[in-house]
Design a protein. Structure first.
Length: 172
């Protein structure tokens, strides 16, 4: 760095700082993509095929959510935070419906909640893992730390250049 003039060091320090600021945001955003689970709210399910005469429910009819766990997600990242209901009420799991969190398949139970509901549309909420989700907890931690360490490294390079400028100009 001693071959660079003071002006060159100053320009390099600012460019390094600006590039670091821009890249930290991009790295942090991409890190969140692979470390956050996806949340689905009010996914509509048509349950008309499970209704029989007299408003009773055929419990053998199965429904599948839009984003069921497949391949590695069936065992390593099953569905969580599952809630099934209609526009006004959330129903009770095992009392009103049964769902398998590793497959995303559910069936209705012939309960008073369904019999009393005239609607053929139910809403399901759940949290699932995207295809690029990092399922190892230590991997998620490491990915989330990378942006911070990158920011510190860029800051230290910029501070080093500014210190060198201060030293060259006699401020320090």
């Amino acid at each position: 760095m001693s071959n660079l003039g003071t002006t060159g060091k100053l320009v390099l320090a600012f460019v390094t700082l600006l590039i670091g600021i821009v890249l930290v945001g991009v790295i942090a955003t991409q890190g969140l993509v692979v470390t956050d689970k996806l949340v689905i709210t009010d996914e509509a399910q048509d349950i008309a095929s499970a209704r029989e005469g007299g408003n009773t429910i055929n419990s053998s009819i199965e429904f599948t959510i839009t984003n069921p766990p497949t391949s590695w997600k069936s065992t390593d990242c099953p569905l969580t935070s599952i809630t099934l209901g209609n526009d006004s009420t959330d129903f009770t799991v095992t009392t009103d419906y049964v769902i398998t969190d590793s497959t995303g398949v559910f069936s209705l139970v012939n309960s008073t909640a369904w019999i009393g509901s005239a609607s053929n549309t139910s809403n399901i909420d759940y949290t699932y893992c995207g295809d690029d989700y990092m399922n190892l907890s230590w991997g998620r931690t490491l990915i989330n730390l990378i942006a911070g360490f990158f920011a510190i490294a860029i800051l230290m390079v910029s501070l080093g250049l500014f210190y060198s400028i201060a030293k060259d100009t006699g401020v320090i």
